[in-house]
Ligand binder design. Sequence first.
Ligand SMILES: [Zn+2]
Length: 301
Amino acid sequence: MKHGTNPNWFANSPLSRVNIEKDQEAFFNARLADPKSLVIPLWRGDPLMTDGSPAFLSVGALSQFPKDAPVILLGMKDERAYFAVDVSAAESAETAPFADIGDYVQLRIAAGVLTRDDLAIIGQGRWYFEWRRKHRFCGNCGGETRLEAGGAKSRCTRCEEEHFPRINPVAIMLAIHDNACLLGRGHQFPPGFVSALAGFVEAGETPEECARRELFEEAGVVIDDVRYQFSQPWPFTCSLMMGFIAEAEGREINLDMEELAEARWCDKADVIAVLNNETRDFNVPPKFTIARQLLERWVKE
Ligand SMILES: [Zn+2]
């Protein structure tokens, strides 16, 4: 499988997205009636899995789900349509439909075992349902919205305003200086777990400006040059993570203790040892994160 220059998990979906602006109802319904079509159930964003694989059910199984369970067309592959169905209305994963044939596995845990293709498909479904859950009403007039175009957008039933999925841009940046990189730990993480720093891009700001600002605000590190690397759709927060490697002017750290519990410069040799599981002096994020991929790219530079 080729991933071009983007090594990230949740990226490089094998599905081709379908533009069904015209005749959308007819297209959607024809795919729903096609016995080749498959559907993955998600309970609060977590996929149904059997024997370590996602449980893609025949689309006919939808008749056994609640009538009002949201269904989204994710895309096509080899003339087969892939849908996701949201069973979050069930009170628990154990009582959700088809829990008798498998388990709804937390996506962060499933991410460690799923193939990249499956993870891209499931991440897309989680993303749409998360957006849908938070945007059921129109921001323009407060009316109810309903999904259109297979779920790729919604429209207000009152004022007809169109609404598209809200994507939150985030800059994530590995600051480097000579043979060391800056890793920090947010208060929510256990001691020893460090990662690249990150922050949401603000209105009227470029991701590059955001990278400079966040490194200065959180760690007091001044950046000389910022180089874009690659991006990752991140379904846990409906974010688009944009990864940078940033050359720092020096190693002085002035920590914002409200934002970070710690930040430190780590030598490349030590980072390589951690990536290779040769030491546990500190821990870095798992392979399915863009932070890890930035580290992997930097150590190969
Ligand atoms: Zn409206």
